[in-house]
Design a protein around this ligand. Structure first.
Ligand SMILES: Nc1ncnc2c1ncn2[C@@H]1O[C@H](COP(=O)(O)OP(=O)(O)OP(=O)(O)O)[C@@H](O)[C@H]1O
Ligand SMILES: [Mg+2]
Length: 503
């Protein structure tokens, strides 16, 4: 007997828990894979803490639903159904008196699910707003204290916490009213069975034994049905979590051919228009060509859309109008990951990982040997600071490279580009946080890196762009000037006035 018990428990645990955890793991990986493939436009609408909570907390809720709530709802239901059918064979009048509470109480829970869903949605929204606020506060604590703005910021967070408190009370009261009344009605079943049994006993149409049997069965059935009721409520509330996952899974991903068909690496912008949020048009009509083997410099006023142009070239976003091609291949028809193999990027905002200097550089090419990483690092002048660090190349650099200076961070980013050695190079303000000595060193290293490649260089300092083969001036969403530095200087337009101002 104990063996049979062990065996059935083993099978049951495997069937419920193992399957649930495997399923949960698959769900998390599916969501993460989807996120990886979504266009960046999705992430500017969603906060990080919101997405983290979908993958972690919401998946955990569904895990509990599959391992506990659903089995604990279905188990008692099956046994109750069998008992209910047999009760009708004994005495249909007593069976009615005992079982009428089931459809009523479960009906209340099911009927109130719409109203509860709306309350839970609101609760989730204020909870997420609060989590985002707290995360933002922790991330920006340095800027907040530098601007003496902590107090005002904390007042805002306090309001968000109060909103969560208020909405949680509203939701819980709703829960108590609907679930509580359903539970109460379920318990009525015992009373109505006793009452009906008493009447039938008195007029002699029921025998004592059947009466006691009904009382016994109904009182034994009550607790499992209460548990079922609670589980049904919990399962219905998990609809919120399912909807949040569906939202991610139903987002259109940026797909495309996984084969590169480009001939050469000229980048052509052909009447490109773009907006981030549908309101303000950032690029109205941008056309220019960045030729292979040439350095094309993008300049223009701050906020003019230079970084945006480089983001469109790598398909971080898709252009709303016009066409962008690389070597004749429409970038909007290429899988973003495949397309990225053509680019080495050094952006304004470098993302570093809490790992060693070495591994942060190796991100440029996963399979690079230590020697290759070190060679790339030396070309970007990383050896100068890396060898001074306590653990040299193996020093951990803190979350997002917090233990490095701005210039050091950029050099790591440049080293990554050296290591990747792709045919197109995007440089966005790469030398902005470097001192003159380092800037000169980096410039000479960059000139090795860019040989024979397509280079799109975004710069504010005219000194950096004067050596470019071509300059494209971006203003008010259009290309206002385009030509060699000498041509633009002769035109006496924006470039020449920017040059004059800076010198
Ligand atoms: N993710 C985004 N969502 C919405 N608007 C954005 C986003 N990124 C940039 N913008 C807006 O688009 C415009 C162009 O930004 P972009 O970063 O391309 O300018 P930029 O020319 O690179 O400026 P800078 O020289 O200061 O780096 C700006 O008005 C900016 O506010
Ligand atoms: Mg920029």
């Amino acid at each position: 007997m104990p063996r049979a018990y062990f065996f059935t428990t083993f099978v049951q645990y495997n069937a419920t828990f193992l399957t649930t955890y495997v399923e949960s793991g698959v769900r998390r990986i599916t969501l993460a894979e989807r996120l990886r493939k979504l266009p960046l436009s999705f992430f500017s609408k969603k906060d990080l803490s919101d997405l983290t909570s979908v993958i972690m907390a919401d998946c955990a809720t569904l895990e509990t639903a599959s391992s506990h709530w659903i089995p604990e709802l279905i188990g008692p239901f099956i046994s109750t159904f069998i008992i209910a059918v047999s009760l009708f064979f004994f005495d249909w009048r007593m069976a009615l008196a005992a079982l009428w509470v089931l459809p009523v109480s479960f009906g209340i829970v099911l009927g109130s699910s719409g109203a509860m869903h709306r309350k839970q949605e609101k609760q989730m929204a204020v909870k997420m707003a609060c989590a985002d606020g707290i995360q933002e506060c922790l991330e920006s604590v340095r800027d907040l204290s530098a601007n003496n703005a902590e107090k005002e910021y904390l007042v805002g967070i306090d309001e968000k916490i109060k909103a969560v408190e208020k909405q949680t009370i509203v939701t819980e009261v709703g829960n108590a009213v609907f679930n509580g009344s359903a539970r109460m009605i379920l318990k009525f079943g015992i009373a109505t069975t006793a009452l009906a049994g008493g009447v039938l006993l008195k007029n002699g149409s029921l025998d004592v034994l059947t009466f006691f049997m009904f009382l016994l069965v109904v009182s034994r059935m009550c607790d499992p049905m209460l548990t079922s009721l609670d589980n049904l409520t919990a399962i219905l509330s998990a609809n919120i979590q399912c909807a949040r996952m569906d939202e991610i899974l139903s987002q259109p991903i940026q797909s495309g051919a996984e084969m590169l068909t480009n001939k050469g690496c000229d980048i052509v912008f052909d009447h490109v228009g773009f907006t981030y949020n549908g309101e303000e048009t950032i690029l109205r009509d941008v056309s220019f060509t960045a030729k292979q083997g040439e350095v094309t410099a993008l300049i223009g006023p701050s906020g003019g859309g230079k970084t945006t142009v480089s983001r469109l070239a790598v398909r971080f976003w898709d252009a709303a109008k016009g066409k962008i091609t690389v070597g004749g291949m429409d970038v909007s028809k290429v899988d973003p990951e495949t397309l990225m193999s053509l680019y080495s990027i050094v952006f304004q905002d470098v993302t570093l990982f809490n790992n060693s200097v070495m591994e942060n550089i190796r991100l440029g090419r996963k399979d690079a040997t230590d020697e290759e990483v070190l060679a790339a690092a030396r070309m970007a002048n990383c050896d100068e600071f890396a060898e001074r660090l306590p653990d040299g190349w193996n020093t951990l650099i803190g979350e997002n490279g917090s233990e490095l200076s701005g210039g050091e961070r950029q050099r790591i980013s440049i080293a990554r580009a050296f290591l990747k050695d792709a045919p197109i190079i995007l440089l966005d303000e790469t030398t902005a946080s470097l001192d003159v000595e380092n800037e000169t060193k980096i410039q000479s290293a960059l000139s090795q890196l860019i040989e024979g490649k397509t280079v799109l260089l975004i710069a504010h300092r005219m000194r950096t762009v004067s050596g470019a083969d071509k300059i494209v001036v971006l203003e008010n969403g259009v290309v206002s000037e385009c030509g060699t530095p000498a041509e633009l200087l002769a035109q006496g337009g924006t470039y020449s006035s920017m040059l004059e101002m800076q010198s």
